[in-house]
Ligand binder design. Structure first.
Ligand code: MG
Ligand code: MG
Length: 257
């Protein structure tokens, strides 16, 4: 069942998601050669708790950390570690969820560590743009698969591959709610989008083949061909006025006076 949220609930979800956006921005600014994924995770947990929230992933089905940190061929669900130190040329997906005031926020970004090859920059750019194109389809009266199709169309038009084993999701009082939001499919299918639905849309894109496997840690998903992967995610509400990206970074306020 897909829940439609009231305006008051959307406001609470905005608060939760804005904390996610703030923490991701701080982490993005901290990503550098020599920083461990453990360092990032400690920083994230401190900022989440300082914000009055709880990490959503820590303890979720036994996941041990606040962040999923997935480097290079790791697609999603990488576990932060003291021994995993960022090197120049890496790309790292940072995925984070929080629970605040009874509601969840969830967002992810992929960041390059220093200079990366043009093809890598393009992978990140195309994946991010596929998310923007999906968000543009979040319209009352549209269909869920219009969102999915927008991701697939953009990604495949640029020669990259859609990871299919993982999908986006509804979100609200639980981290994962109905519906599932695949990143592929024909348009015009599935539930009609209604005001108050909230979707976590999260394209996962591989530079090579899209098949994945989970490592022996039980979590980390990598591309089987070890090709690079990128992952971006926003939590988006359907409103009568169009898509409301709850986890969009705040635009900086003009200086007072
Ligand atoms: Mg996420
Ligand atoms: Mg998610």
């Amino acid at each position: 069942m897909i829940v439609c949220r009231s305006e008051a609930e959307i406001a609470r979800m905005l608060t939760a998601n804005q904390l996610v956006a703030d923490v991701l921005a701080a982490l993005e600014a901290t990503v550098a050669e020599g920083v461990s994924t453990w360092d990032l995770d400690e920083m994230a947990e401190r900022l989440v708790r300082d914000g009055g929230a709880e990490p959503a992933f820590k303890g979720y089905r036994g996941f041990p950390a606040t962040l999923c940190t997935s480097i290079n061929e790791e697609v999603v669900h990488g576990i932060p570690s003291r021994t995993r130190v960022l090197a120049r040329g890496d790309v790292i997906s940072i995925d984070m969820g929080v629970k605040l005031g009874g509601y969840y926020g969830d967002s992810a970004t992929t960041v390059a560590v220093g200079e990366v090859p043009e093809a890598t920059r393009q992978l990140l750019q195309v994946t991010r743009e596929s998310l923007d194109r999906a968000i543009a389809q979040v319209q009352v009266g549209g269909r869920l698969s219009d969102v999915s199709h927008a991701v697939q169309q953009w990604v495949e038009a640029h020669g990259f591959a859609i990871v299919r084993e993982f999908v986006g999701h509804g979100i609200g009082e639980k981290l994962h709610e109905d519906p599932q939001v695949p990143n592929y499919g024909a348009p015009g299918r599935g539930p009609k989008l209604q005001a108050g639905m909230v979707l976590a849309i999260e394209p996962m894109v591989a530079m090579g083949r899209p098949e994945t496997k989970v490592l022996s840690d039980g979590w980390t998903a990598i591309t089987r061909d070890r090709s690079l992967a990128a992952h971006f995610e926003h939590t988006v509400a359907v409103t009568a006025a169009g898509p409301l990206v709850l986890s969009a970074p705040r635009t900086s306020a003009p200086a007072a006076g």
